[in-house]
Design a protein around this ligand. Structure first.
Ligand code: AR6
Length: 181
């Protein structure tokens, strides 16, 4: 699938490991403690080395729907933006708004640090059990809105998909989006 141009940015899909990407920031699907965990969070901490956990200890955690930024340490990415997605409780507990807020806050932080390239995992789509198709639509729409309004500083947004089912959901979400942009 070709990158989708929106505003000053392009949105693209990459299938593979987020920790391999040489970008200004990768986004972590963290928990409120910001002290590590499994899934992509575990992979990021393993690849970044102990300096990342050390910096995270000083951040005092993070609320659901919010994000905080650190260095990238041993990662090829310069920064890590730790976003805390919602746990899926069935959809009536503000899950969609909180997930959109993660993407918005991550792009705002990228803007404050004048970052140009950013890569997101499918936040909340693993352990937190957010339905994949809905999450992919929220992720792509929220990012596209900020890029279209030229609120975001980034020129390259990568949706990093770990596995074919995730890639398919994002391809469909971007397909839905394309005619409206
Ligand atoms: N690169 C890209 N994506 C990955 C990678 C990777 N190396 N590894 C997993 N994914 P999850 P959540 C995908 O569970 O649902 C942690 O313990 C994975 O396939 O990592 O937001 C935290 O500490 C899925 O599509 O995050 C929290 O406690 C997506 O990343 C909790 O899990 C998100 O899955 C957060 O749960």
């Amino acid at each position: 699938m070709n990158p989708l141009p929106i505003g000053d940015a392009t949105l693209e899909i990459f299938t593979g490991d987020l920790t391999s990407l040489e970008v200004d920031a990768i986004v972590n699907a963290a928990n409120t403690s910001l002290l590590g965990g499994g899934g992509v969070d575990g992979a990021i901490h393993r690849a970044a080395g102990p300096g990342l956990l050390e910096e995270c200890r000083g951040l005092n955690g993070c609320e659901t729907g919010d994000a905080k930024i650190t260095g990238g340490y041993d990662l090829p990415a310069k920064h890590v933006i730790h976003a805390v997605g919602p746990v899926w409780y069935g959809g009536q507990k503000g899950e969609a708004e909180k997930l959109a807020s993660c993407y918005r806050r991550a792009l705002e932080l990228a803007g404050e640090h004048r970052l140009k390239s950013i890569a997101f995992p499918a936040i909340s789509c693993g352990v937190y059990a957010f339905p994949l198709d809905q999450a992919a639509r929220i992720a792509t729409r929220t990012v596209a809105e900020l890029c279209r309004e030229r609120v975001a500083s980034v020129t390259r947004v990568i949706f990093c998909c770990f596995g074919g089912d995730v890639t398919k959901a994002y391809e469909e979400a971007l397909d839905e989006l394309a005619p409206r942009m």
